[in-house]
Write a protein of this length. Sequence first.
Length: 283
Amino acid sequence: MLRIAVQSKGRLFEDTMTLLAEADIKLSTSKRTLLTQSSNFPVEVLFLRDDDIPQCVASGVADLGIVGENEFVERAEEADIAYRLGFSKCRLSLAIPKETEYNGLEWFNGKKIATSYPGILQSYLEKNQIKADIHVITGSVEIAPGIGLADAIFDIVSSGSTLISNNLKEVEVVMKSEALLIANKQLSEEKQEILNELIFRIQAVQAAEEKKYVLMNVPTDKIDAILEVLPGIKSPTIMPLATEGWSSIHTVLDQKRFWDIIGKLKAIGAQGILVLPIEKMII
């Protein structure tokens, strides 16, 4: 059985639990406990603070962890990135008071920067030969310039609304972050097999989110024209209908181009177009 360390609250917790549910991993969350076991898949979930997850996985207390890339890089623990999950995206950026004139990284020389990520910031400053005073804060970093505690901040940015509300502006993006599935470096063969199945399920869920299953009726003499428009995963399924001269086509379309393609299909002569969501897609 695999033990997965998961953030105990916040957006990453919600995104993670949604993903596990969509992968048909059933967990009891009616009562918040430190450890809960799946009833239909060989995993148990350990709820922790996000900054404790990298060390927990590296030390073997948990086999896997789902954690923000920002925390994983900052903690610099010995664990493998098993899979990039692609959600809970954000960036770590330098920000300064809105009214301040900014002319490049040199501005930070001699300045005091408040942050909860001193390791990442120190590496970045050294790489760019900037000498600044790093002031470590746990909590509301964005208020530091307003109360005179720092000249600038280095913190997570998602929409940027928090910066705006604190009269700050983003001036440098240092790194981009997303949720990671990390793994202990010494997983047994049995646990590696479970991990492979877990990743397979996650990939299937994510592929399904970007696809639509489409059924349509088309004049048989228009099939070749329809096929030129369809960029399906594989050759679409074509079946004759009871009505002479008509056929049914089943295919999968990419959501990004969906409406453009549907419009072209209708113009060619497709009728009775039915669109179904794909909840599980075997890839």
